[in-house]
Ligand binder design. Structure first.
Ligand code: SF4
Ligand code: SF4
Length: 289
């Protein structure tokens, strides 16, 4: 079972939930993938021993000026405006390239070949019974999606047992990196705060989840965790009731929790009784399928 932990915005406690859930399921040897590649921080809490690393990137075209005739065919076929020809000179913009390879295939004289444009790295590690993977987008790089895609390809290779819990810690927001993380998930757990801002971002995130369900022709189960419960109003509760979205856990606004997390401790290290709650939450997510 693959569950993505997401939130409409950063700082809602998404990683706290993801890591605590993984720790509470340790006896089932879970897989945790930190897909928040712009700011991966699950490892700060999990403290895995890293065992493998490799660079990750995207294949982008490179031109051989001695062969190029300046015909402009490559620029014509690029849907993403990542390649342009001015005069007889070819200009390539790797940050716009989607690596589709059309330009290389369409070049009539074979003047284009593909080179790997490194945009980040992937790490694999082990934290006791938890197998951990994380992706890191290099500073200044904009393309998170290829890093997430390759992180999932690598990390999910070992997920041959359907019973193994797989937890995907998604980037915050509701844009393409989130969609890429949620792709292939069996359920989505949205972490939010009971405030008007939290409600706004929750609405957007629920919309994305439902659109993804519609696109695959089968609804994608979604549930909510309310973090910092007691901080705001009942808008999130009312929304979830109206939309028939179960709230599976409430984590209270409490100084002891905030201080513990700031010190790099997980929720179940701060309050071990949460282990049983996360275990129950997982069973409820499984039942939503
Ligand atoms: S299609 Fe090939 S030959 Fe034509 S401009 Fe592009 S690289 Fe040069
Ligand atoms: S590989 Fe695809 S996206 Fe990239 S420059 Fe070529 S045609 Fe454009």
């Amino acid at each position: 079972m693959r569950v993505a932990i997401a939130s409409g915005k950063g700082g809602t406690g998404k990683t706290t939930v993801a890591v605590s859930l993984a720790l509470s399921l340790a006896e089932y040897h879970p897989l945790l993938l930190d897909c928040d590649v712009e700011e991966p921080n699950a490892a700060l809490f999990l403290r895995p021993v890293f065992t493998a690393r490799h660079e990750v990137g995207q294949w982008v075209p490179a031109v051989d000026p001695a062969v190029c005739t300046g015909c402009g065919r490559c620029a014509e076929v690029c849907e993403y405006h990542a390649i342009t020809v001015v005069g007889k000179k070819v200009f390539i913009f790797p940050e716009l390239c989607h690596g589709c390879g059309s330009c290389s295939r369409q070049c009539p004289v074979g003047a284009l070949h593909e080179e790997l444009d490194v945009v980040g790295s992937l790490d694999q590690g082990q934290a006791d019974q938890i197998t951990f993977f994380q992706g890191t987008l290099d500073v200044g790089e904009a393309m998170a999606v290829p890093v997430i895609r390759q992180l999932k390809q690598w990390g999910l290779q070992s997920n041959v047992d359907q019973a193994q819990p797989v937890i995907l810690d998604a980037p915050p927001g509701a844009s393409c990196p989130v969609v890429e993380t949620l792709r292939g998930a069996d359920a989505v757990l949205l972490v939010t705060e009971p405030t008007p801002f939290g409600l706004h971002d929750l609405r957007v995130a629920v919309e994305v989840v439902r659109e993804m369900g519609a696109a695959r022709g089968k609804s994608l189960p979604v549930a909510v965790v309310v973090n910092r419960d007691g901080a705001g109003d009942d808008g999130v509760d009312a929304f979830c009731t109206a939309e028939n979205i179960p709230i599976l856990m409430r984590i209270p606004l409490e100084r002891g929790i905030a201080e513990g997390i700031a010190q790099g401790r997980t929720l179940i290290e701060i309050y071990p009784e949460y282990r049983a709650q996360f275990d129950r939450l997982w069973q409820e997510l499984v039942a939503l399928q």
